[in-house]
Design a protein around this ligand. Structure first.
Ligand code: TMP
Length: 208
């Protein structure tokens, strides 16, 4: 059981949170000791940062400030939750991680990829996921799903369709560049069908 840090990524409305919860339950039933967490947030300090980041009143936030706040939340999560859990031999499932910064602040906002890679290395101390599941779907479908399900819209949900399209293309490019870490899953299907693929991908790596 060498693979222990699994992240879920994807554009808005891909169902990551539901899928992560179901995967955690399944892995626990299989006997794994599982910790679930999310970004931004996952710690008391990170949750305060999340509030600032998602507040739709904060339209004045600069892309650089946004980038640093996500990184600050991540640094706290790695130090307080992820590293201790991995050190204890637990499986960590995280709803978004550093690839969200590359996709949203890099491809979405147009910030420099090398700078983001340096910042990410500082925030994480170089800790990278063993497996990243990309729940992929058309961005208009995803945003409509969120609206239909009455989910709270955050500051980034209010960005243009073009922004979200760049984010999705960014994810696909990141996955294509590192196929050994990423598994791309079609999320435009009923949740139980998506979960079958999610479980299969996780078990395949955990049982190596
Ligand atoms: P979610 O918890 O509903 O997925 O919302 C998180 C939002 O924050 C989502 O719009 C993606 C965005 N985000 C970034 O822009 N950069 C990041 O590094 C992270 C972790 C999230």
């Amino acid at each position: 059981m060498s693979i222990m840090f699994i992240t879920l990524e994807g554009p808005e409305g891909a169902g990551k949170t539901t899928q992560l919860r179901a995967l955690a339950g399944f892995l626990r039933d299989c006997g794994y000791d599982v910790v679930t967490t999310r970004e931004p947030g996952g710690t008391p300090i990170g949750d305060q940062i999340r509030h600032v980041l998602h507040d739709t009143a904060n339209t004045a936030m600069s892309p650089t400030a946004e980038m640093l706040l996500y990184a600050a939340s991540r640094a706290q999560l790695v130090a307080e939750v992820i590293r201790p859990a991995l050190a204890a031999g637990r499986v960590v499932l995280c709803d978004r991680y550093a690839d969200s910064t590359l996709a949203y602040q890099g491809f979405g906002r147009g910030l420099d990829a090398d700078m983001l890679a340096t910042l990410t290395a500082i925030a994480t101390g170089g800790l990278r996921p063993d497996l990243t599941l990309l729940l992929d779907l058309d961005v208009a479908r995803g945003l409509a799903r969120r609206r239909d399900e009455g989910e709270e819209m955050n500051r980034l949900d209010l960005e243009t369709l073009e922004f979200h399209r760049r984010v999705r293309e960014g994810y696909l490019a990141l996955a294509a560049a590192e196929p050994a870490r990423w598994v791309c899953i079609d999320a435009d299907r009923p949740g139980d069908e998506v979960q079958v693929d999610v479980r299969r991908a996780a078990l395949k790596r955990l049982e190596v």
